[in-house]
Design a protein around this ligand. Structure first.
Ligand code: ADP
Ligand code: MG
Length: 288
């Protein structure tokens, strides 16, 4: 399932005196099975873009194609798109509302008109995918769970729709480092083992450097850069800092070591790569 965005512009409150352009003529293409990280500071347009990808917002100008379907065509039945493209909004746990975990996760699939056996299978499978034991959690109220668990229930509700593309808006916002690692591990598994195309926005550059295959950098409603993490973080480190973004710690370290005269590669994305590169340089200097 490929996603093509052509000349997308979105203006909030169009025709009003306080109209504001949130997306400014952006175009890009996402391949099937890609893992895309959208980065950009607050207000750069990440959430607005995400809400266009399953038809929640309609473009002011431009078109969006999902597998050759023009989802901006007013005659297209959006239910078909929403079965294929699942969106987990920011702080999705605020949208939990049923009295049990099981009912909450079953809500989406029930609306697809599936029979109860299929719904039950999907609830069980999606709970397993997010690491929640069915028997232990199915009858609990979502409200008695921890922050990280609530978020996993909310993600399970979207996974239970069996989407081919899973889009998550800042899925780790507000979680502690342990909760953040768990959610990223879960997303990594969904991509790897369940073959889902993943698109997520995040402020965690270290995780994006490790996980994403493609990075989109948003700035002021436009795409500033799009490419592999190595291309984006390494080649454009200075520009990213200028527009107020962090760069992965490994690249920051490599830049500092180069400034001190070490002949170290700068395009290092993981701790293991950093270790190997530092050992190589030290060996060259006869230090180990
Ligand atoms: P991000 O998710 O990167 O923080 P958003 O997509 O939320 O960015 O916002 C992009 C721009 O659109 C910002 O200038 C923001 O103030 C504006 N904006 C977002 N939501 C609304 C809204 N509901 N009404 C008016 N302006 C909005
Ligand atoms: Mg946002």
């Amino acid at each position: 399932m490929s996603i093509v965005v052509k000349n997308l512009t979105y203006v909030y409150n169009e025709d009003m005196p306080f109209a504001s352009k949130a997306l400014d003529n952006i175009s890009f293409e996402i391949e099937d099975k890609d893992f895309v990280g959208i980065i950009g500071h607050t207000g750069s347009g990440k959430s607005t873009l995400i809400q266009h990808l399953n038809g929640i917002l309609k473009p002011s100008y431009g078109e969006i194609y999902i597998n050759d379907f023009n989802i901006t065509d007013p005659d297209l039945n959006l239910t078909e798109i929403r079965k294929r493209v699942g969106v987990v909004f920011q702080y999705p746990e605020y949208q939990l509302f049923e009295e049990t975990v099981e009912k909450d996760i079953a809500f989406g699939p029930s609306n697809l008109g599936l029979d109860s056996e299929e719904i039950n299978n999907r609830v069980k499978l999606s709970m397993k995918s997010v690491g929640l034991n069915y028997e232990e959690y199915k009858d609990k109220s979502p409200f008695e769970l921890s922050g990280g668990q609530k978020r996993r229930v909310a993600i399970a509700g979207v996974i239970a729709m069996n989407p081919e593309v899973l889009i998550l808006d800042e899925p780790t916002a507000g979680l502690d480092p342990g909760g953040r690692d768990e959610i990223f591990e879960l997303i990594r598994t969904l991509h790897k083992d369940h073959n889902m195309t993943i698109i997520l926005s995040s402020h965690s550059m270290d995780d994006m450097a490790k996980l994403a295959k493609t990075i989109i950098v948003m700035n002021g409603g436009k795409i500033e850069f799009m490419g592999t993490p190595r291309e984006v973080f390494n080649s454009h480190a200075n520009r990213l800092k200028e527009i107020g973004l962090d760069i992965p710690q490994t690249i920051e370290l490599a830049i500092k070591l180069r400034e001190k005269g070490f002949d170290i590669r700068q395009d290092i994305l993981t701790i293991e790569e950093a270790k190997q590169e530092i050992l190589r340089v030290m060996r060259g200097r006869g230090k180990c």
